[in-house]
Design a protein around this ligand. Structure first.
Ligand code: CA
Length: 315
């Protein structure tokens, strides 16, 4: 089996770590690099959280971590410690990782890996896409070199989560999102509604995960604890949410995404009210060439199965 060479761009906090575990441990995936972008929590914490996740997966020293853009292009943004905990790891407080971050900037790293694995590299963007947009400015041929970009981004036919109109990753850096959506990548969008419909882990799922009694199941319970409370209290959901994890799981197993349709997506960059809204042309009324594969449905049971198998892994 040929493993998929993968790069994950992350604002590492909470569910990002579980997405990284999929990248680090799925036999279908060969995680070459992790790049860090401004988003969820303080930048230094995002770097450390990624390094620690590599370590707890038993891969210390094997997968480099490249810090990148520490702010969005133009707009100011808010970190979300209320969702992910002060350091971004829920109720978990972990020792400092042995591995050190790399000195090469994330955007340069993206270009470097795209050249090294030309025509093969898959990128999972589970953060605001500032690094990816800068990489495009460094190398406009990136869409020809990268096989596919999967983004946890946007919202389609559902509510926003940071504003009524927008999903957090796109809201943080809408200009970068517009650059990336317009670039000509083979681009798949896994929106917030997919997370709501297909990834919620309710109390019985948490009990089952606790029963695995592995280092990774314990890690899951700690890093997602604050998110779980936030989702129940503020979002009136029935458990924790895992948008980043399902995005990377779907790269390992494409059967997870059961209904995918190509549409044109534009990003709202002007308005304050609808900043970062992913405007999906469902009826094709704009006569624009569709630029995005949008995931409309996923396999809820398969995701849960994949997640449980991951957390049962002895590392
Ligand atoms: Ca993320």
């Amino acid at each position: 089996m040929n493993k998929i060479p993968l790069l994950i761009d992350t604002d590492t906090a909470g569910d990002d770590t579980i997405a990284l575990l999929f990248g680090l441990l799925c036999p279908e995936l060969d995680l070459k690099a992790i790049t860090i972008c401004a988003g969820n929590v303080a930048f230094e914490n995002e770097i450390e959280n990624a390094l620690y996740t590599v370590e707890i997966a038993g891969r210390s020293g094997q997968v480099p971590v490249y810090p990148g853009c520490q702010t969005p292009f133009l707009k100011s943004w808010d970190t979300v410690e209320d969702i992910h905990g002060d350091a971004g790891m829920g109720s978990g407080h972990f020792p400092k990782a042995q591995q050190q971050p790399e000195t090469l900037h994330a955007a340069n790293a993206i270009v470097q890996y795209a050249n090294e694995y030309q025509g093969e590299l898959v990128i999972a963007g589970i953060a605001p896409v500032t690094n990816l947009a800068v990489a495009l400015k460094l190398d406009p041929d990136l869409p020809k070199k990268v096989k596919h970009v999967y983004l946890m981004a946007g919202n389609n036919q559902y509510l926003g989560n940071v504003t009524p109109a927008a999903e957090y990753n796109v809201w943080v850096d809408p200009e970068a999102a517009q650059i990336v959506f317009d670039a000509g990548f083979e681009l798949t969008m896994v929106g917030w509604e997919i997370c709501i419909r297909h990834t919620i882990m309710d109390d019985s799922a948490w009990d089952e995960i606790a029963s695995f009694n592995t280092p990774l199941s314990e890690f899951f319970l700690q890093v997602n604890q604050t998110t779980r409370e936030f989702c129940k209290r503020e979002q009136k959901l029935n458990g924790s949410t895992h948008p980043d994890a399902i995005t990377v799981a779907g790269i390992a197993n494409p059967a997870l995404f059961t209904d995918v349709q190509k549409r044109h997506v534009a990003i709202e960059c002007q308005s304050e009210l609808t900043r970062g809204m992913t405007v999906v042309d469902e009826l094709g009324v704009l006569k624009q060439t569709p630029n995005t594969h949008i995931v409309y449905q996923a396999d809820t049971y398969l995701f849960k199965t994949m997640l449980f198998d991951l957390l049962k892994t002895q590392v």
